[in-house]
Design a protein around this ligand. Sequence first.
Ligand SMILES: Cc1ncc(COP(=O)(O)O)c(C=O)c1O
Length: 385
Amino acid sequence: MKDFNFDLPVDRYHTASLKWERYKDKDIIPLWVADMDFRSPPAVIQALGRRLEHGVFGYGSAPKTLIKVVCEMLVRRYRWQVEPEHLVWLPGLVSGLNVACRSVGKECDEVMTLVPIYPPFLTAPRNSKRELVTVPLKAGKERWEIDFTLLEHSITGKTRLLLFCNPQNPVGRVFSRKELDVLVALCCKHNIIICSDEIHCDLLLDSGKEHIPTATVSKEAAARTITLMAPSKSFNIPGLGCSFAVISNSSLRNKFLQSMAGIVPEVNILGFTGAEAAYSDGWDWLADLLEYLRGNSRLVEKEIGSMKGLSMHHVEATYLAWIDARTIDEISPGRFLENFGLGLSEGSEFGLPGFVRLNFGCRRSLLQEALKRIKKAVAVKNVSA
Ligand SMILES: Cc1ncc(COP(=O)(O)O)c(C=O)c1O
């Protein structure tokens, strides 16, 4: 353990980084879009180097060795037996969400999701001419929870698909078997297909928690679930664009493939290389990363908890903190905080204004500076209130 140095500063300017270019000429710490500032596992960097050295970059197809590594990983981590032909390779999970909307039901049908939620969940249904139905998560005493009564009340005769996120971005929940059982039972009862985005499944911060893929809950769950997964978040390679869907129901899979045809490009060859190296040899790095993220998470929870007017629930998974900042501004606290040198994600983009999302996947010293700035902003707000 502790073989990797996550405190090492890495200059990300001039690397075409979405996260860092946004504020490049300003003294604003970018803690918004969900990638981390850390170098990827050495095994990934070395494998990519070898692939680059080869020098020929023609069209790719998923290597058999990668397919084997993914299937073995699913058995080892989740006791989930997946046939190679159940995998559908995708250049991104957002593509997967949009394809799922296109492949289930027809125009004007309803697609449900639980809010707050990662913004593409809110746009994918309309991109496919489906109606979006949002159901608010409940802020419980200890954690954010699914209000199953409200969820069931929101189902109509036109509801065909649930876009589900577990672990949940932005509230950081890892849903329990009990919760998944109820959710799946509800979807079976109302004949709703589930698209389960599990991109954050390796980033569990609570050691007592386990990730349970929705599709593994029961045979019925497997038959109605499109699971989306990727090494992107876990090994910090989202820019390589390699992800996959697991769809065991052949009719659902065929519809999904038909909806992709001619629109969704192949995964790029470096993505395949990065994914295979990560899933083969990235696990020690990931274990150290999780220790580091736990430290960051503890720091954020302690500091935010001590600031008058701000609050957050415990983060069970992901490197994202979902902060209630309504006392700063009911609509756009992110804009206020930007004036104090912080680039956070605005809650309104996730369907819940008055909150901000803070990405703590960065070196500790930068996070400490960001928290100092938040403290200052809160103090100014409290004085002027
Ligand atoms: C829940 C969730 N799904 C999908 C994505 C993006 O996936 P991709 O970059 O593969 O499209 C993110 C990125 O933050 C995410 O948090």
